[in-house]
Design a binder for this molecule. Structure first.
Ligand SMILES: [Zn+2]
Length: 205
């Protein structure tokens, strides 16, 4: 997609509305970024619709066509260990767990309906060993994805099967959000300072 003069003018107009004047050069660069972004989105959606069409004749799916992330365990997958079907792309182990009914298919539609083992650590500071202890005690109820040898490969904790996590979630989420807000504010202050510094340098030139 080419950058049109119309788009450049529109960007300048938008920034004028916000009380800022945009140079031709900045507007052109902004327009180029925008067009690049839409080209990327377009390419992605084209690839997606080709895959969806292929699923109509191969309803059981087919190997992925490059490097992706498994939607369940988040491990890297490629043509050799990744599969694509109506649920999206998964590694072969997670796919088998879905097929065997070890994990419900709704997790693909409701991405926030479960916690992974790594998110227990990240969200609640519950380490792997502690989680295993909770599982043994019956406080946590995992869905276990097995590897080829039948040993656990990944644990998923469905929210609806783990009310103990949800209670803990609300408390820790609050502190997590507070922390995040502070970080975002600090970051935007830093960005503003850097931009001011840049502006000063440009004026000096
Ligand atoms: Zn996986």
């Amino acid at each position: 997609m080419a950058v049109s003069d119309e788009l450049i003018e529109q960007l300048k107009e938008e920034s004028r509305k916000k009380g800022e004047e945009m140079s031709d050069e900045d507007a052109r660069e902004g327009a180029q970024n925008l067009v690049g972004f839409f080209d990327l989105l377009w390419e992605m959606s084209k690839k997606d619709s080709i895959k969806k069409k292929r699923l109509k004749t191969e309803p059981d799916g087919f190997p992925v066509d490059g490097t992706y992330t498994c939607l369940v365990c988040s491990n890297r997958i490629d043509e050799t260990n990744g599969w694509y079907d109506w649920y999206g792309q998964t590694c072969l182990l997670c796919r088998k767990a879905v097929k065997d009914g070890m994990i419900p298919t709704y997790i693909f539609l409701h991405r926030n309906s479960y916690f992974s083992m790594s998110s227990l650590k990240y969200r609640f500071d519950i380490k792997h060993q502690t989680a295993k202890k909770y599982i043994k005690e019956g406080t946590l109820h995992p869905r276990i994805i097995l590897n080829e040898t039948g040993t656990p490969y990944e644990y998923l904790f469905l929210k609806k099967e783990n009310p103990a996590l949800i209670e803990r979630y609300s408390a820790s989420r609050k502190s997590y959000d507070r922390h995040n807000k502070k970080r975002a504010e600090a970051w935007s202050r830093k960005l503003k300072a850097e931009m001011l510094e840049d502006l000063k340098n440009i004026r000096r030139k």
